[in-house]
Design a binder for this molecule. Sequence first.
Ligand code: G6P
Ligand code: MG
Length: 214
Amino acid sequence: EIKACLFDLDGVIVDTAVYHYRAWKRLANELGFDFTEEENEKLKGISRVRSLELILEWGGVVKSEEERSELATRKNDWYVEMVSSMDPEDILPGAAEFLRKVKAAGLKTALGSASKNSGLILEKTGLLSLFDAVLDGNSVTTSKPDPEIFLKGAEALGVRPENCVVFEDAVAGIEAAKAGGMKAVGIGSAEILNKADLVVRGLFEMSVEQLDNL
Ligand code: G6P
Ligand code: MG
């Protein structure tokens, strides 16, 4: 029985996945290389620091810790600039509606995002009040696919993991949900998110009734 819904943010509630991609691509290009969209899939759900390490590896570029910190800041400045002009219209189709229906059905909701910019995005889009708990990149010490963020989310809601369903667009996020003993609904391609219990194109395809069949 599902008692709580845990949501990733980027690519599930808002379309910031494309902003992350643009900013990382710009950084890689400045360093003289590029990475593929397939490689970009591996960055979804992954922390800023870890994402940069992967990108530098793909480009065969070695940087000191100090340089890496400067590069991560540069990427984040571009990202924050794009995110700062967001408003409620940037909420993905059906996301706010589904969150409201979930709450109206008496279920709990939590955000479980690796992003340290979650607060800014929730504020810009006016979504904060739809979450009973918010766990983000500032709340955890490990990155997805470690289940830490979702387990902490379940704990904050007072719901057992087996009564939780996670909504995720990232392979690492689906893996985190399963590792935590939760149900997982993938947002995106069924081929890529093949470990999910169900895959939909967006939250506009979800109904509260469907949660019982997971
Ligand atoms: C999300 C995104 C990742 C991003 C991470 C950290 O999980 O899917 O692409 O790297 O958050 O985001 P931040 O805003 O803290 O750099
Ligand atoms: Mg995501």
